[in-house]
Design a protein around this ligand. Structure first.
Ligand SMILES: [Cu+2]
Length: 177
């Protein structure tokens, strides 16, 4: 059975116990824009090889390329989402997957493209993040942010990605009421 539950923040989480060969159930986080309405979801899946797949689906978003980052605080206060803090950066590095002094663990190597129908989809797999509780690279207790502009992948500290336009809190399903 699929189980849908919602937190006080309105974050929906789908838990699918017993999925064949999956060690952990996928974690689904709802994204909300500055106006407070849902603009899509992010599904985090641990892969067989110990990596993390981040699948993002956006609706009703401005066309163009947008940066996607993991930010340090599990907070999404509209409209500017500033309380989500800086990029998740436990290693004290600079910004950008193409920066020799980088990168933040919260940086992702791709932007998401939103087309003229205002929808977008991206599937990004990285080996430096996890949604497993207590893992050293766990991002449970952080947030995921979509920015207004593309990430140039090298300019510290934000990749020139502009304002924060959507946000979702990444929390452990077991802690959700
Ligand atoms: Cu960011």
């Amino acid at each position: 059975m699929w189980k849908l539950c919602c937190t006080a923040f309105g974050v929906a989480v789908l838990a699918a116990p017993g999925v064949a060969h999956a060690q952990h159930a996928p974690l689904v986080v709802e994204l909300k824009a500055s106006h407070g309405y849902s603009v899509g979801t992010v599904t985090f899946r641990e892969t067989m090889g110990g990596k993390l797949n981040i699948h993002i689906e956006l609706i009703n978003m401005p066309p163009g390329k947008h940066a996607v980052h993991i930010h340090e605080n599990p907070v999404c206060d509209a409209p500017d989402f500033k309380t989500s803090g800086a990029h998740f950066n436990p290693d004290g590095r600079q910004h950008g997957t193409e920066n020799p002094l980088g990168h933040h663990r919260g940086d992702l190597p791709e932007n998401i493209f939103v087309d003229d129908s205002r929808t977008g989809e991206a599937s990004i797999t990285v080996d430096y993040l996890s949604v497993v509780k207590d893992a050293p690279d766990s991002i449970l207790g952080t947030s995921i942010i979509i920015h207004e502009l593309a990430d140039d992948m090298k300019t510290d500290p934000t990749g020139n990605s502009g304002n924060r336009i959507a946000c979702g809190v990444i929390t452990e399903p077991a802690l959700q009421p």
